[in-house]
Design a protein around this ligand. Structure first.
Ligand code: PLP
Length: 837
């Protein structure tokens, strides 16, 4: 299926919408099969329609040339291109609002299909319910669904675009963050069956109150036939009745009280005898005569709620109870985050073997492309294909693999064996089954490469993952790359136009991993990076980082390395300046970029304001170095008590810059603002800001910034003990027990950065939704915690040391230090794991 741009223009203009201010149809006959919004991720250029979307931080119009060069010839723009000659032979349609145009195109596409469509919204659980429904129904329907959690203003139309004649059921999720968003998503999904997973009570900055939030979400169901939701007889229930009573829309409430349409009679956690797995037996009734009972392999409240929604929907769709029960007991863990994990022989591995389709392969390949330069894909057969579709689906996938520059392909399954030789793919090896691969596995096959495991569930790629995975100390620091990008955007949105951004990646990128952070930031167009020492700069260059890098703490022994790797030094004294000029002269180099540091009050490094005049004079008389930037650093930009001092620092820098600029006769970048100052002193954003701790999700100011947590430190329980009153825990018997107490020993200690200051109740960890205090002294590699409050805890369970449930600031306060020190003290032996969501 597909459209041509001409056809779309006509069709949509009949409704009076898409036809924009200007249209240039220069070529005919291109069928549009794919929609593209990111010029870096274009897979099928010739059949793609590129939407130049504008967001708070990015204008897609700036990337049309890049898309054109990649082969795209069909564009939806929000203004005519600056240089139309640069896009010869392209179709251009200029519209007022490109996002709206994307939604309208998807709506038009959506309306071509009459099969049922499930629309899911709510505060939590949307993706889980969607994936569980897919799991439960995939044998009965051919399903099209949102990839991962594509539920935004842009993600929804891109998901719906995937609907085709072959499908029999659509499942899409819609997420909103503020008012007046759902009205745009409703027509795109136009669900016939609605699901409201739940509404959190948490305060959302986008809404005035929870009722407003609920009303906005309910707009999705305007034209549905039936809505499933979980609620007791509470405000949610009242609001549903108010909105839909008397309308033809049927409501199905799942709740505990006897008036509910589906009554949850009981949920009993039982520990199955033969395994360590926990399960819950759920009993429900439709209130009249029918009772159902089924078991799910989870015990938490959210899972019970999500499973009961699924059960209700599935019954409505006519699935027999016996079939549901069997599948329910195998409901999978849904972790839609893609994780990049360390693997054998310096490889990294991404395990995405939950499902296999073109869309999810594309998303995973895009992540693979941001990893090590050498890329291997291990791919299973495509499930659920019959007859004619088969060859076509394999051809499409082969084209995608080819376009994404995969270097080596290992296929698993008989179908690939049949098709691969006719396709243009870099096949390395082929195996008939996963077992055939694991039986012949040789670790030496993989070295210094990024490996993507992409297989349908039935192929059990976990076995391959297990072989590739580096076996390590299980304590780990999870770094959420999506959160990094989000935080970068939040700060960008605070900047005046044209202010550049430097990211501080010193100290192993605040403990998060130097190269990994730098790669993500480079991909997201950071202007500058800064490190403390030349070695760190070298690591960046060796890792393929090409953006300019400033090195802050130089000495004369590092000049050679610095210059060899194209790094730019901070120059803070006449001594260093003369040494560097001398070195450059000896190498015959000139016009080398340097960064002048002025000391405006920190009294750490830098030229004194009184020295600026003579510095200006000296610099103006030579051409060996040229001044790329002049900067200073605030002592206390986060602290309002020192605001007068900060203001003085800012003016001292500006004055110094004026003197230097006059003497040099050229302009340079001026910068002083760190994270806190970006928000608190917009007048000092100057030409560039230096973002540090804010990027890692820590807001050091009182401003309300919607930052996301980046780092989560996790450890596991090595052993659990039941202690009787009177016993003691740990060195010097500091942990005294006065009642029956459960104590867990966790795999983290002060050698990992879990300070000894956190002993004896000062520190806490988070386990199964509960906060547990440290008991006794912290040891070098281990710590004991009181887990009496968590009856369900088992050995091997994970505890969060800090992260979304336990802010790192709290741990910092408890140990008398700052988040900066906590981050940078996390031991090097702790694995950094990178996740995207
Ligand atoms: C570390 C550092 C920063 C970043 O400060 P944050 O408070 O982490 O934003 C900025 N400038 C200089 C010179 C630094 O050393």
């Amino acid at each position: 299926m597909g459209y041509s741009l001409g056809e779309v223009t006509v069709v949509l203009s009949e409704k009076g919408i898409l036809l924009g201010d200007e249209t240039y149809i220069q070529r005919q006959g291109d069928r549009i099969e794919h929609l593209a919004t990111d010029s870096r991720k274009i897979s099928f250029a010739a059949s793609s329609l590129f939407f130049a979307l504008t967001t708070a931080t990015r204008d897609g119009q700036n990337f049309i040339q890049q898309a054109y060069d990649a082969g795209v010839r069909n564009f939806i723009l929000h203004q005519p291109p600056d240089d139309r000659q640069a896009l010869p032979d392209a179709n251009l349609l200029v519209v007022t609002d490109t996002t709206l145009a994307l939604q309208q195109l998807a709506t038009y596409h959506r309306n071509r299909f009459t099969y049922p469509v499930i629309g899911i919204t709510g505060s939590n659980g949307k993706t889980i319910v969607k994936e569980w429904l897919n799991f439960l129904l995939e044998d009965r329907f051919k399903i099209v669904r949102s990839p991962r959690s594509f539920n935004s203003q842009i993600g929804v139309p891109l998901s719906v675009w995937e609907m085709s004649d072959e499908d029999q059921l659509g499942i899409f999720e819609a997420g909103i963050s503020t008012v007046r968003e759902m009205q745009y998503l409703q027509p795109v999904i136009a669900p016939t069956i609605g699901i409201l997973t739940n509404i959190g009570n948490a305060h959302d900055s986008g809404f005035n109150n929870k009722k407003e939030k609920l009303r906005e979400k309910l707009l999705l169901f305007k034209k549905a036939q039936i809505i499933f939701y979980t609620a007791e007889k509470d405000w949610i229930h009242d609001e549903m009745e108010r909105q839909f009573k008397g309308s033809p829309i049927r409501l199905k409430r799942i709740g505990h009280d006897t008036d509910a349409d589906l009554v949850l009679l009981s949920a009993t956690v039982n520990e199955q005898t033969h395994t360590t797995e926990m399960a819950t037996l759920i009993k429900v009734t439709d209130g009249q005569h029918k009772q159902a009972r089924y078991t799910i392999p989870f015990t938490d409240q959210a899972a019970i709620q999500n499973a009961s929604i699924c059960q209700a929907v599935i019954t409505y769709l006519g699935m027999p109870a016996a079939a549901f029960n069997e599948k329910a007991s195998n409901l999978p863990v849904i972790d839609m985050r893609l994780q990049v994990l360390p693997a054998i022989n310096h490889c990294s591995v991404i395990n995405d073997s939950y499902s296999l389709d073109q869309n999810s392969l594309q998303v995973a390949l895009d992540l693979l492309n941001q990893q090590l330069p050498s890329k291997t894909l291990i791919l299973s057969d495509i499930p659920g294909l019959h007859g004619q579709d088969n060859a076509f689906a394999y051809e499409e996938m082969a084209a995608l693999i080819h376009n994404k520059h995969v270097h080596r392909l290992i296929t698993i399954g008989p179908e690939w064996q049949k098709f691969a030789e006719h396709l243009n793919v870099p096949v390395l090896e082929q195996y008939g089954s996963t077992t055939a691969f694991t039986a012949g596995f040789q670790p030496g096959q993989f070295k210094d490469e990024a490996i993507l495991l992409k297989g349908a569930r039935a192929f059990g790629f976990e076995a391959i993952f297990y072989l590739l995975r580096e076996k390590v100390h299980q304590t780990r620091l999870e770094i959420n790359l999506t959160a990094i990008v989000h935080n970068q955007k939040i700060y960008r949105s605070l900047l005046h136009p044209n202010v550049k951004m430097m990211a501080m990646v010193k100290a192993f990128a605040y403990g998060s991993g130097l190269l990994e952070m730098a790669s993500v930031l480079q991909y997201h167009n950071i202007d500058y990076l800064a490190v403390a020492y030349a070695d760190e700069g070298v690591a960046l260059r060796n890792g393929g980082i090409t953006v300019p890098v400033m090195v802050m703490n130089m000495d004369e022994y590092g000049f050679e390395t610095l210059v060899a790797h194209g790094l730019e030094p901070e120059i803070y004294s006449f001594r260093l300046l003369n040494q560097f000029i001398h070195f450059l002269n000896s190498q015959g180099l000139s016009q080398y970029p340097i960064h002048i540091k002025l000391d405006t009050g920190m009294h750490r490094l830098g030229f004194d304001p009184a020295e600026v005049a003579s510095l200006a004079e000296q610099l103006s008389q030579q051409r060996t170095v040229y001044v790329k930037s002049v900067f200073s650093h605030f002592t206390s930009s986060e602290d309002e008590h020192d605001d007068h001092f900060s203001l003085r620092q800012g003016s001292l820098l500006i004055e110094g810059c004026e003197i230097l600029e006059t003497a040099l006769g050229y302009t340079f970048i001026r910068h002083i603002a760190n994270s806190a100052a970006i928000a608190r002193f917009p007048q000092f954003q100057l030409d560039m800001v230096r973002l540090g701790i804010g990027l890692y999700g820590i807001n050091t100011t009182h401003e309300d910034l919607p930052l996301r947590t980046v780092a989560t430190l996790k450890a596991t329980i090595a052993q659990i003990k039941e202690l009787a009153p009177g016993e003691t825990v740990g060195y010097n018997r500091m942990g005294k027990v006065d009642k029956k107490t459960r104590v867990a020993t966790i795999r983290i200690g002060y050698a990992d950065g879990f300070s000894r200051m956190l002993g004896n109740g000062r520190g806490q960890v988070w386990l199964h939704d509960k906060i547990c205090p440290v008991i006794g002294n912290v040891c070098m590699d281990m710590t004991m915690v009181d887990i009496s409050a968590v009856a369900a805890a088992r050995e091997g369970d994970e505890v969060e040391i800090f992260g979304p449930h336990l802010p790192v600031q709290q741990m910092a306060a408890a140990s008398g230090t700052s988040s900066y020190e906590i981050f940078t003290s996390i031991g090097q032996r702790i694995n950094r794991i990178y996740v995207e969501d």
